[in-house]
Design a protein around this ligand. Sequence first.
Ligand code: G3P
Ligand code: CA
Length: 283
Amino acid sequence: MIRKVTIFSLTAMIFMSMFTAPVFAASGDTPTIQQQQQMVNVAHRGASGHAPENTIVAFDKAVEMKADYIEIDVQMTQDGKLVAIHDTTVDRTTNGTGSVGDYTLDEIQQLDAGSWFGEEFAGEQIPTFEEIIDRYQGKIGILIELKSPALYPGIEEKVAEVLMQRNMHKPNNDKIIIQSFNHESVQRSKELLPNISHGVLAGLTWADVTDEQLAQFAAYADFFNPNMNIVTDELVDRVHTTGMMIYPYTVRAQEQADNLFQLGVDGIITDFPEYVYKHPVKN
Ligand code: G3P
Ligand code: CA
């Protein structure tokens, strides 16, 4: 399955590189701007191709670019506060070192989470989960990833508490989705928040996911969100047959977005929201 996608992608990339965008749109083989706008646009860690990931500036950029959702990675500090950061250490995206779980909130918020991406972002802080919810609810959807939840016992309850305090756990709130690579954590969260949509993240090891496994996921999840490299039109159809939707990650090229659209996905998780053609980016 992976080989099939890889060959297709390479062929598509070579083909696409031979033409300009207006030529594709007229060809009938490539989605038009209007067609592609139907695909849900999730800004991965915010508009992280344009600003430092999991920071307010990256999330604000996603809102400005009219993405449908921001995706955030939620972990927990030593003193039990929820924060948005991807890696389980602060080393790559801040000027500090060490594990997220060894910092108190006060300590972790003293780190500079912007300079690594560009000097103009110096002083950006690691935001709290509550700050993100309060700033963006009603402005943009929020796709919450429980990141490495096995390191943070009780994180599902803490996330649920924040949402319930704000009355965001009611039926039909399609602006919040909770997902994780840890499927037991997804099930736990679904039990706590039965009216919130949940998603199963699936890395490359799920390339041969069976119909039976998909049906098991569909018992508690609304989304099957795989690594984009395992997506085929056949997988998309099988996911849809279970009633789930599919938002592959992580799109970092226009050709990848175009290819996934043609395979029939419901949305994409991308560092570059402009690939869904809603708005050209202005830096
Ligand atoms: O939302 C999907 C994607 O974020 C999963 O991968 O490593 O970027 O958290 P990662
Ligand atoms: Ca993530």
